[in-house]
Design a protein around this ligand. Structure first.
Ligand SMILES: [Zn+2]
Length: 365
């Protein structure tokens, strides 16, 4: 059933910086319950012969949609799995929305989504486009980390953090690809993939940040135990969703680990603040003195990232939609997370280099 979900589903995307979901979903949308929408779908399915989707039978001649022209699904759109029933649903959403706009009434949601006009066969063109845009910083982050890894010593724990961040970048890329596909074509399979990778992303972020904050990169046995525990949580999460697809549970899971990520980022900033202050107090030696911008890069940036992302996410609270621009608050939110994702990987690298510099100076953390 595709009712009820997107309002919740859309709360869960996707990267480490776009996570903490909002509050509650809706059971179904106003548009679904409109008599004219139900009637329109019935007439369309009969007229177009969507046999397996209630297209049998007839409709009365006085039906308001009896004379309405329902067009056949373009061949290219059929390749994107727009079947007869889904296409009728889409055409009826547009028909009802046009009627409402002509009557001076506001558009309403259908199946938890605003009535977007398809572009290139995609349901939510801009949300899909911005999901692709979010892929880019993770790809760039992955490449930066790979270059850094090539320069890192092959022994010792110094490369562990880089590998964890790299794993996060890979999962992030997969998650944003899933998001782009899901927004392009919302179907049970694309939705499930999107959910699974969203769960993987929050856990990968939590995993990497916890290892950094607790310095488990220097404690291999504890790190492996922790990694196994996180992997177990992910497996149980997937099993839970597989056995019982529950939107509220999924939302709570992502909120929980999303908030933990934010907390860990703030802790990381706090640790750096203390460390930099100690360095500054060491007269003459001065990592801090050597690199005066580090207070900003290592302390303020993570705090700003958390604050900015929290504010950007609040745009979802307004749940606005412009039929003219074909943009809603969710698409806007995806747009707003692109830039901070670049900053996140930059921060990870600077933080890693700082830790390395500290250890090379044998300065206690
Ligand atoms: Zn989304």
């Amino acid at each position: 059933m595709r009712k009820r979900r997107e309002r919740i589903a859309r709360m869960k995307h996707c990267s480490i910086l776009s996570l903490v979901p909002l509050l509650a979903g809706v059971l179904c949308s106003i548009g679904d319950r409109l008599g004219e929408f139900v009637e329109c779908n019935r007439v369309c399915r009969v007229r177009r012969g969507c046999e397996q989707h209630g297209g049998e039978g007839a409709f009365p001649d006085d039906s308001p949609f009896a004379a309405y022209t329902f067009v056949d699904t373009p061949a290219a759109y059929r390749a994107l799995l727009w079947d007869c029933s889904a296409d009728c649903d889409y055409q009826c959403q547009q028909a009802i929305t046009h009627q409402r706009l002509l009557a001076g009434e506001p558009p309403v949601q259908f199946h938890g989504k605003w009535p977007f006009v398809r572009m290139l066969g995609m349901q939510e063109f801009f949300a899909s486009l911005f999901s692709v845009a979010n892929f880019v910083p993770h790809l760039q982050g992955y490449r930066q980390l790979r270059r850094e890894l090539a320069r890192a010593p092959s022994v010792g724990g110094s490369s562990v953090l880089l590998r964890k961040y790299q794993s996060l970048a890979v999962v992030g890329m997969l998650a944003w690809i899933s998001s782009a596909v899901f927004h392009a074509r919302d179907m049970p399979l694309t939705e499930k993939l999107d959910y699974f990778f969203a769960g993987a992303t929050v856990l990968a972020g939590f995993h990497a940040l916890y290892i950094r904050v607790r310095r488990l990169d220097l404690a291999p046995t504890r790190r492996r135990c922790f990694s196994l525990a996180v992997l177990l949580v992910f497996v149980l999460h997937i099993v839970r969703l597989y056995r019982n697809w529950n939107y509220t549970y999924n939302m709570r899971f992502n909120i929980c680990f999303g908030l933990l990520q934010y907390l860990l980022l703030l802790l990381q900033a706090l640790q750096n603040f203390g460390s930099l202050r100690r360095q500054r107090q060491k007269a003459g030696l001065g990592l801090y003195a050597q690199q005066p911008g580090m207070q900003f890069q290592l302390v303020l940036v993570p705090v700003l990232l958390v604050l900015y992302t929290g504010l950007a996410m609040s745009s979802e609270l307004f749940d606005f939609f412009s039929y003219h621009w074909q943009i809603d608050s969710h698409a806007l939110w995806h747009f707003l997370t692109v830039a901070p994702s670049f900053m996140l990987y930059d921060f990870f690298l600077k933080d890693y280099r700082y830790l390395n510099t500290l250890s090379s100076h044998s300065a206690p953390e």
